[in-house]
Design a protein around this ligand. Structure first.
Ligand SMILES: NC(=O)c1ccc[n+]([C@@H]2O[C@H](COP(=O)([O-])OP(=O)(O)OC[C@H]3O[C@@H](n4cnc5c(N)ncnc54)[C@H](OP(=O)(O)O)[C@@H]3O)[C@@H](O)[C@H]2O)c1
Length: 323
């Protein structure tokens, strides 16, 4: 069991570093959050500030990736300086960062699910994040990348697992559910390989609910990313057709719309961990309020009704600018 569960929902909330480790990202208003100041030591300071706040608030799970610019390096310097003994880290391989610390880069990250890329990135992640690194994930596994049939890669991941790490995958796009279904059947030497799946699941994108229940039933831990739809389920998105219903509930509970969105996800027993993608303190504090929020059946029914068709969800996401 990678992610130790307890009664309080805070143990099911983590911090993701996608928006903290590099100047450019797709989240709404990202560049303002960084006040357009991309000086490396400033960004490292901001990352450490967010990690200290998350730890102080009770967060013990942290999510990074090789492609998040210097996220692993900023996280490593924080881990080395704070020396907390109860922090668990998950990271990802398979994408590499190509933006050169710029926002307007042609390509921000390139996917390469090859044995060569795994053998280059694994030792780097291990060196930076041990002994806190417990989960290593394929970044955005798809059928097109062929990684779920790449025996060299699967055998290497099995070897890494045998040295005491858990192995997972993250998924993206309209075919998330199909990829998860295929991944649940991936075995090496007769044993299931994957211990965890990281998936986009939120009020607008609920298409994976059935397969996530099955994965959970098999003991595969479910980690949620994009819980506030890259900012679309926050006060920033007041022109959205679903905004008024969310605003009503937020006003009733005296919390932010983001807290309602994340509380909806925490109401699902098949979910082990929900990642906050906040890059500024006030958003992290607001996100974590979800852990103390209980929505009743009537409210959950209202939120179920807001789901979009996956095609519309991912088309809208695809249009979000790197900023
Ligand atoms: N393929 C993959 O494996 C993959 C893909 C995406 C994400 N992830 C992981 O999941 C984590 C979270 O996902 P995410 O960051 O992509 O998406 P997210 O959590 O859905 O969105 C985060 C965005 O919402 C904004 N936000 C949050 N609370 C807010 C509030 N109260 N008011 C206004 N804005 C608010 C944040 O703004 P601020 O920046 O201003 O705080 C940030 O821009 C990532 O950090 C990463 O670790 C993995």
């Amino acid at each position: 069991m990678i992610l130790k569960q307890s009664e309080n929902n805070l143990s099911r909330m983590g911090l993701g570093l996608a928006a903290l480790g590099r100047p450019g990202y797709i989240n709404l208003g990202h560049s303002e959050d960084l006040s357009h100041d991309y000086e490396e030591s400033k960004m490292e300071q901001q990352t450490h500030h967010m990690l200290d706040l998350a730890y102080e608030k009770g967060v013990r799970y942290l999510d990074a990736a090789q492609s998040y610019g210097k996220a692993e390096i900023f996280l490593s310097s924080w881990l080395q300086s704070r020396r907390h003994t109860d922090v668990v880290v998950g990271s990802k391989w398979g994408y590499y960062y190509t933006a050169g610390w710029k926002i307007d880069a042609e390509n921000h990250e390139i996917k390469e699910h090859t044995i060569e890329r795994l053998n280059q990135q694994w030792p780097e992640s291990k060196e930076r994040l041990d002994p806190y690194l417990k989960l290593y994930q394929i970044h955005s596994a798809t059928f097109e990348s062929g990684v779920l049939e790449n025996t060299d890669v699967l055998n290497r991941l099995r070897q890494i697992k045998e040295t005491g790490y858990s192995i997972g995958l993250s998924v993206s796009g309209t075919k998330q559910a199909d990829v998860i279904k295929a991944a649940m059947d991936v075995e090496v030497d007769g044993t299931r390989l994957f211990d965890a799946v990281q998936v986009t699941y939120n009020i607008l994108e609920q298409s994976c609910e059935k397969v996530l229940n099955q994965a959970h039933g098999l003991g595969i831990q479910v980690i949620v990313k994009e819980g506030v739809a890259n900012g679309r389920l926050t006060s920033r998105n007041h022109s959205a057709p679903y905004y008024s219903k969310l605003y009503e509930l937020a006003e009733k509970h005296q919390v932010g719309i983001d807290s309602i969105a994340l509380a909806y996800i925490l109401s699902k027993p098949f979910i082990s961990m929900v990642l906050s993608g906040a890059a500024v303190a006030k958003h992290l504090v607001s996100n974590l309020q979800a852990a103390h929020l209980k929505l009743n059946e009537y409210e959950l029914d209202i939120l179920v009704s807001l789901k979009m068709l996956p095609d519309s969800y991912w088309t809208e996401r695809g249009a979000l600018e790197w900023n």
